[in-house]
Design a protein around this ligand. Structure first.
Ligand code: BGP
Length: 473
């Protein structure tokens, strides 16, 4: 058999994209609540347009999402029916600390996640927790300016301490920040950063990134002191950059573009800033404040494993004028690849390339924590969807993941598909961009019964898991 016996098959979600109940049981307001569906979303999530409160002109999908807050038992039972070994979900920071700077956590928030964890354990499903998946307390945005402020590191330390202590002995795997490199593109959604006019965006970002990297290292330190069994992972929005041609300038542009993203993992996995980044910061005069103590913390608290999302490869030309936007990361169009309905290029072999590149670079166990196809589904009157397109996408990607393990010898811990149940899209806020094995009756503007039903891919994935990835037909 290719995959290890304890290979963790499952699915991944994020709190704000599925829970809803945004103001229930003491939960505070978060940046992700304020990202509406529609044309303003992009400017808001990137921190260029201010949206610090709800208004009447927009629809905010995270308020209710798919209401998993009240339906998680039904949903986890369906995951268990598919044979999930792992369920990756995230914690809404503002359920635990509604404002963010309190001393004591909100008991109701902790209790909710404890019940959810117990529900997973009931079915022998390993919980894999993302501590922050694009969510950040609005109070900390307004009072402290988001991750640009060093004080946030302390608030994050309080958050992880409360989490590790409460779930001790129940949860082994944690990720500190979802797609940490997305701060480069979606700074408001990714890090609670809103840019005032005239501000040096790159400088603010460099400091905010340092704070996140530091907070991530502190999380590792705190985790080990509370429960040495805990394994901490970083999380990257991965997808290698191809040079658009063999022109040396294009090849070098690809190397640089890859570094922009690997930089985060370079620090989290190796424990120090790579020379290319220090030189870049120096040249631009935007070197963040990095203390001696910070360096020590980074050095001594590297991650145990490396997790990443993969949807596509990217491509770059040194003189590119026109970029496509896929998963918030810029790329020139690759003429050799097909596109999804949302213009994301599909590249299963690029998955194997990316897995290998990360493995070669870090030599730590890997975990694929997101992969999947966002597509429009047409359900019949019972909510059944013949989603062969989704099955094909996943099959081709799993085949390449298998090759990476079997033929290249990569050490892979597990694989969670994105959105095993339909949920709100992070990029667009739409419900109609569906990833699930389970269909949810809800449209882009909140109409629908929220009823769950199985798609064709439900039984297919069940078979994949039961055969430990051997039966992909
Ligand atoms: C990643 C995020 C997820 C998820 C996924 C699909 O960037 O970690 O939160 O949403 O991509 O993207 P989208 O929802 O934009 O289709």
């Amino acid at each position: 058999m290719t995959f290890r016996n304890d290979f963790l098959w499952g699915g991944a979600t994020a709190a704000n994209q599925c829970e809803g109940a945004y103001d229930v049981d003491g939960r505070g307001l978060a940046n992700v609540d304020l990202c509406p569906v529609g044309e303003d979303r992009l400017e808001i999530i990137t921190g260029q347009k201010k949206m610090f409160d709800f208004d009447d002109d927009h629809f905010y999908p995270a308020k209710e999402s798919i209401d998993m807050y009240h339906r998680y038992k039904e949903d986890i039972a369906l995951f268990a029916e598919m044979g999930f070994k792992v369920y990756r979900f995230s914690i809404a920071w503002t359920r635990i600390f509604p404002k963010g700077d309190e001393n004591e956590p909100n008991e109701k928030g902790l209790k909710f996640y404890e019940d959810l964890i117990d529900e997973c354990l009931k079915y022998n499903i390993e919980p894999l927790i993302t501590i922050t998946h694009f969510d950040f307390p609005m109070y900390l945005v307004e009072k402290y300016g988001g991750w640009r402020n060093r004080k946030i590191v302390d608030f994050y330390k309080n958050l992880v301490t409360a989490i590790f202590e409460r779930f001790k002995g129940k949860v082994k795997y944690y990720l500190t920040f979802n797609e940490i490199n997305v701060i480069l593109a979606a700074s408001f959604m990714g890090a609670g950063l809103y840019f005032e006019e005239g501000e040096d965006v790159e400088k603010v970002r460099a400091q905010a990134i340092h704070h996140e990297l530091l907070a991530s290292a502190y999380a590792t330190k705190i985790a080990k002191s509370i429960d040495p069994e805990i394994k901490i992972g970083c999380m990257l929005a991965a997808g290698t950059y191809y040079p658009a041609s063999m022109k040396p300038e294009d090849v070098f542009a690809a190397l640089k573009a890859n570094r922009e993203n690997y930089f985060f993992v370079d620090v989290q996995a190796r424990g120090y800033y790579p020379s290319y980044k220090l030189k870049d910061y120096e040249r631009k005069g935007i070197m963040p404040e990095i203390t001696k103590e910070d360096k020590k913390i980074l050095k001594e608290n590297t991650v145990d494993f490396i997790s990443f999302s993969y949807y596509s490869t990217r491509a770059i030309a040194a003189d590119a004028k026109k970029f496509d936007e896929a998963n918030l990361i810029m790329s020139v169009e690759n003429p050799y690849l097909e596109k999804t309905e949302w213009g994301w290029q599909v590249d299963p072999l690029g998955f194997r390339t990316t897995i290998n590149e990360i493995w070669d670079r870090y030599q730590k166990p890997l975990f694929v924590v997101e992969n999947g196809l966002g597509a429009k589904d047409l359900p019949d009157e019972n909510g059944y969807v013949e989603d062969d397109y989704r099955i094909n996408y996943l099959r081709e990607h799993i085949k390449n993941m298998k090759d990476a393990v079997e033929l290249d010898g990569v050490d892979l811990l597990g694989y969670t598909t994105w959105g095993p149940i339909d949920l709100v899209s992070a990029g667009t806020g739409e419900m109609s961009k569906r990833y699930g094995f389970i269909y949810v009756d809800r449209d882009d503007y909140g109409n629908g019964s929220l009823k769950r039903s199985k798609k064709k891919s439900f039984d297919w994935y069940k078979k994949v898991i039961a055969s430990n990835g051997e039966d992909l037909e």
